[in-house]
Design a protein around this ligand. Structure first.
Ligand SMILES: [Zn+2]
Ligand SMILES: [Zn+2]
Ligand SMILES: [Zn+2]
Length: 92
C-alpha cells in the first residue's frame, strides 16, 4: 500500500509529483517551488533526480508535507518555517 498525498490524493511514489501548484501564505498566493527549482534542495539537478522524501520527480511539485519542500515566501523548510496562514486548497 503506497502513501497518498493528502492534498492531491495521488500515490506519492507512483505519481510524478503533486498536482497542486499554488499555496497561500499569509493571505497571498505563491507558486510552489518544484524539485530542482530555485532554492530547492536539488536545485540545478541532476535532471533525473527524485525527491528522497516524497518521491516527486525533477521539475514537479513536492507532495504536501514533504520535508524537502521550501517555502516560496521565506525560503526555509516549508513544514518548519514561521510563516502564518500556510495552506493549499483548505489544507494546512
Ligand atoms: Zn500531492
Ligand atoms: Zn519532496
Ligand atoms: Zn515561510
Amino acid at each position: 500500500m503506497g502513501a497518498k498525498c493528502e492534498l492531491c490524493g495521488r500515490d506519492m511514489l507512483e505519481s510524478k509529483g503533486c498536482a497542486i501548484s499554488n499555496i497561500h501564505i499569509g493571505g497571498k498566493v505563491y507558486k510552489r517551488i518544484p524539485v530542482g527549482g530555485s532554492g530547492d534542495f536539488l536545485e540545478g539537478g541532476p535532471k533525473d533526480a527524485r525527491c528522497g522524501d516524497c518521491g516527486a520527480l525533477f521539475g514537479h511539485y513536492h507532495h504536501w508535507g514533504c520535508d524537502c519542500e521550501r517555502c516560496p515566501a521565506c525560503g526555509l523548510q516549508l513544514i518548519g518555517c514561521e510563516c502564518e496562514d500556510v495552506y493549499a486548497q483548505g489544507k494546512k
